[in-house]
Ligand binder design. Structure first.
Ligand SMILES: Nc1nc(=O)c2c([nH]1)NC[C@@H]1CN(c3ccc(C(=O)N[C@@H](CCC(=O)O)C(=O)O)cc3)C=[N+]21
Length: 296
């Protein structure tokens, strides 16, 4: 079998179109423009690229973008003061603090200082708890994007065996919660899992989020399974810089039923969901109906 390629880039463009249409209506009918503040501390070149592409896409869907670039030397009190200002600013509906933060800053403390209603990353402990108990929350963007692609491909996910490889707070754990919410039988596996290959082979849905280039080969994939590759790893091959996932694409695509490519899979959906979350936060803040199909 040759897998169907799930085109995250095209899917993300459709999500952005839906967001843009809703934003246009909000402006016209309510005079409200959703606003997203992105905070970047330090000079990490990869982070700078993501932040500028977030800002560009935010403006493209008609929302206001507020970028705060702070030096590497920014102290905790200074960063917390900025977050307090953004929390209090009615023009700001979403706040994202780009991770990782420089080592001298405590990211748990910083993230938990964000107003949970504006926490469009869904990383605040309140949102984590709300998601874990099936209550309305802000859902982390990467897992939300994966869920949208899975629902689009399968319709119902009920009863499917899902294996999530990776147990991070930003992808693995919330992904497992969302799959459980859609009635999958969920296993969270990781680098210390006994017989990881065998566990992966049970999966109807295999989500790879370990951050190790091409770690999962095709013979770990059940024939016909849906493979979601969250990894974005920069490697050098034949003297050229390349972007590869956590899945060995060619061998996995030969057995899977469907697979997301890297680049052009989960990555673009992450940013589209950030915009969707900002719109959702804005609607909730104003007591307006939420956009349909853009939430978990
Ligand atoms: N608070 C916070 N929230 C985040 O959501 C967050 C973060 N910090 N820190 C960094 C990571 C990384 N991230 C990506 C988003 C989109 C692509 C993306 O669109 N990638 C393209 C390729 C881009 C390229 O060519 O480099 C693709 O996969 O097709 C990648 C990575 C969000 N992050």
């Amino acid at each position: 079998m040759t897998a169907k390629i799930i085109d995250g880039k095209a899917f993300a463009a459709k999500v952005r179109e839906q967001v843009a249409a809703h934003v246009a209506r909000l402006k016209e009918e309510q005079g409200i423009t959703p606003g997203l503040a992105v905070v970047l501390v330090g000079e990490d070149p990869a982070s700078k690229v993501y932040v500028s592409s977030k800002g560009k896409q935010t403006v493209e869907v008609g929302m206001n973008s507020y970028e705060h670039k702070l030096p590497d030397t920014t102290g905790e009190a200074e960063l917390l003061a900025l977050i307090a200002r953004l929390n209090a600013d009615p023009a700001v509906h979403g706040i994202l603090v780009q991770l990782p933060l420089p080592k001298h800053l405590n990211s748990d403390l910083v993230i938990n200082a964000i107003d949970p209603a504006k926490d469009v990353d869904g990383f605040h402990i309140s949102n984590v708890g709300l998601l874990g108990t099936g209550q309305k929350s802000m859902v982390p963007c990467t897992p939300l994007g994966c869920l949208m692609m899975l629902r689009d491909h399968h319709g119902s996910l009920a009863g499917m065996d899902a294996v999530v490889v990776g147990r991070s707070n930003i992808v693995g754990k919330p992904m497992a919660q969302l799959l459980l919410g859609d009635s999958c039988t969920v296993t969270i596996a990781h680098s210390r899992t006994k017989d990881l290959a065998e566990v992966c082979r049970r999966a109807d849905i295999l989500v790879a989020a370990v951050g190790r280039p091409e770690m999962i080969p095709g013979d770990w994939v059940k024939p016909g399974a849906t493979v979601i590759d969250v990894g974005i790893n920069r490697i050098e091959r034949d003297g050229k810089a390349r972007l590869v996932g956590d899945v060995h694409y060619d061998s996995a695509a030969a057995v899977a039923g469907a697979i997301t490519p890297v680049p052009g899979g989960v990555g673009p959906m992450t940013i589209a969901c950030l915009l969707a979350n900002t719109l959702t936060a804005c609607c909730r803040a104003n007591g307006l109906p939420e956009p349909e199909g853009l939430t978990a």
